[in-house]
Ligand binder design. Structure first.
Ligand SMILES: [Zn+2]
Length: 92
């Protein structure tokens, strides 16, 4: 499975501990394999996942392991599976 390459900007954000997709600063730590660690954005509306190598900045050892914000519609950035188009506002 191939996911979008991380851009230099996204790599810089990951180095700073910031989710490149939603700018959240909270990550959940997943399984470690060798030197690298899987992390998932803790924002439930984003949940992008990455593989990073702790202690090493820059592009080495970093990759995206999910779609960009897999829980959001890539076109709107809104969460998928919840609101189906119309919001529940009713005109009086
Ligand atoms: Zn995120």
């Amino acid at each position: 499975m191939n996911y979008p390459e991380l851009t230099n900007t996204e790599i810089d954000l990951l180095d700073a501990g910031i989710c490149p997709d939603c700018k959240s600063t909270k990550f959940l730590r997943g399984p470690c394999g060798g030197l690298s660690v899987n992390i998932a954005c803790a924002n439930p509306e984003c949940h992008s996942r990455f593989n990073v190598t702790p202690g090493i900045s820059g592009g080495f050892g970093k990759e995206r392991i999910s779609e960009k914000s897999p829980k959001c519609d890539p076109n709107t950035g809104l969460p998928t599976g919840s609101a189906t188009g119309t919001l529940s506002f009713h005109e009086q």
